[in-house]
Ligand binder design. Structure first.
Ligand SMILES: [Zn+2]
Length: 375
C-alpha cells in the first residue's frame, strides 16, 4: 500500500512519516479504531515506507525491491499473526488465504475473515503463534533493516499467548517492530496496552469516501453513494461490500435476461449456437458466481409467478432493464409449469454444488427451461 491511497486519518499518516524520517519509530504500536477505519492498510503503507530503499518525502517509491515485495505482501521480514481456528495450526499455515483477501480488500475486518475461514468461538491467535514469534525474533532480518510483526486482531489472544508476547514488548529486541491492529482494544491486557504506543483511528470522513468512490465508480449517482455511506456509518469496508454487491446483482439480472431470451429462442435452431456460447461463457466463471446466478434466477422466477396472483406484491429483486418486463414474463409462468421449473432449478443447483460439469448442466437446463416456458 502507498500512503497516498489511504483514506482519512491524515494526522496519523503525518506522524508515521515523521517517525520514519527522524528515525524514531516506536518499538511497539497499537493501531486501534472501529471496523472499516483503515488500521490495516495504514500499517501496510507504513511498513512499506519503513522498508523502502528510495523513500520520497511523503510516500514509498513503489519501485525498489522492498516496495515490490511489500505490494505483493511477500516481504520476508514482514510477519503476520492473526486468529485461526483449532490449536493444531498457526497463522503461517493460513497466511496465503489472508494474503489473497488483503490484496483484494485491505479494509477487511474480523467478520470477513471469520466468515471466510468458518471460524466460530474457537478462533484466536494461538500459543503456537507466540512460539513462532519467539523463534523469528532471534533471527536476523533478511533485508538487513527491521523485522516487522503485524498482530492483527490481538483482542483474540488468550492469556497465555498474551503473556508470551508481553515478554517481547517489555524487552525489545533490536530492529524489531510490533504493530498491533485492533478493532476493539478494550479487551487487551492492560499490561500490554500500557507498553504500546497507541494511535486511535477515526472513521473516514464522508467527503473523502465520496471523492474516492466517484473515481472508482463514475457510473453511480452521488445521492445513491451518499445514502450508502450514511447507512453504513462511514465504515469503508461495509460500503465497498454494499456497492460491489449492488453491481453484482445488476450484472446477474442482465445475465438472467439474456439467458431467458436464449432459452425461449432455443426451439429455433438458428439461436442454438448463441445459447451454447452463453453456456460456455458462464461455465468459465467462478463456481460460486454460477451458484449465485441459479439462486437469483430461481427467486426472480418465483416472484414473477406470484405476480399472476397478487399484482400488487412488493417485488424483490427489482429489475430495471429496457428489454425486460416482469409482468410480461409472468404470463409464461403458470400453475402447469411452475412446479417443474422450480424443481429443475433446485436440482441444477444441487448438481452444480456437487461438481457437475457446468457447461453441460447449463445447456441441459436451458433446453428444458425453454421447453417448459414455451408450453
Ligand atoms: Zn521503495
Amino acid at each position: 500500500m502507498y500512503f497516498q491511497h489511504i483514506l482519512g486519518n491524515n494526522s496519523i499518516k503525518t506522524v508515521l512519516i515523521k517517525e520514519v524520517s527522524s528515525n524514531k519509530i516506536p518499538h511497539a504500536q497499537l493501531f486501534n479504531g472501529a471496523k472499516g477505519a483503515g488500521q490495516l492498510p495504514m500499517a501496510l503503507a507504513f511498513v512499506m515506507y519503513v522498508f523502502c530503499r528510495d523513500k520520497k518525502k511523503d510516500d514509498s517509491c513503489g519501485k525498489c525491491a522492498n516496495c515490490i515485495k511489500m505490494l505483493k505482501l511477500i516481504h520476508p521480514d514482514l510477519h503476520f499473526f492473526f486468529p485461526t481456528k483449532g490449536a493444531k495450526y498457526s497463522s503461517k499455515d493460513y497466511f496465503l488465504e489472508l494474503q489473497k483477501m488483503v490484496k483484494q480488500n485491505p479494509y477487511l475486518d474480523r467478520d470477513d475473515w471469520y466468515k471466510n475461514q468458518k471460524i466460530s468461538s474457537n478462533g484466536g491467535i494461538k500459543v503456537r503463534d507466540a512460539k513462532i514469534i519467539n523463534k523469528i525474533i532471534n533471527l536476523k532480518a533478511y533485508e538487513g533493516t527491521y523485522k516487522v510483526f503485524i498482530i492483527w486482531l490481538p483482542e483474540t489472544m488468550n492469556l497465555i499467548t498474551s503473556n508470551k508476547l508481553l515478554k517481547h514488548i517489555e524487552e525489545p529486541s533490536q530492529n524489531t517492530l510490533f504493530i498491533f491492529i485492533s478493532e476493539n482494544s478494550e479487551t487487551l491486557l492492560p499490561t500490554i496496552i500500557s507498553r504500546l504506543q497507541t494511535k486511535t483511528f477515526k472513521q473516514i470522513e464522508t467527503v473523502e469516501i465520496l471523492t474516492t468512490l466517484k473515481q472508482k465508480y463514475p457510473e453511480l449517482e452521488s445521492g445513491f453513494v451518499e445514502k450508502i455511506i450514511n447507512e453504513n456509518q462511514n465504515n469503508y469496508n461495509n460500503i465497498l461490500k454494499k456497492i460491489d454487491g449492488q453491481i453484482n446483482e445488476e450484472k446477474i439480472h442482465n445475465d438472467f435476461i439474456n439467458w431467458i431470451r436464449l432459452c425461449f429462442l432455443a426451439k429455433n435452431k438458428k439461436s442454438i449456437p448463441d445459447l451454447i456460447l452463453w453456456c460456455e461463457n458462464v461455465s468459465k466463471t467462478d463456481k460460486n458466481l454460477q451458484l449465485e446466478f441459479l439462486k437469483v434466477s430461481t427467486t426472480i422466477i418465483r416472484h414473477a409467478f406470484l405476480l399472476n396472483y397478487s399484482p400488487s406484491i412488493n417485488l424483490y429483486p427489482k429489475i430495471q432493464h429496457p428489454n425486460f418486463n416482469m409482468k410480461n414474463f409472468a404470463n409464461y409462468l403458470t400453475k402447469n409449469n411452475i412446479y417443474k421449473i422450480c424443481t429443475l432449478l433446485d436440482n441444477s443447483y444441487d448438481y452444480l454444488s456437487r461438481h457437475a460439469n457446468s457447461k453441460i448442466l447449463f445447456l441441459d437446463l436451458s433446453f428444458a427451461l425453454g421447453k417448459l416456458l414455451n408450453k
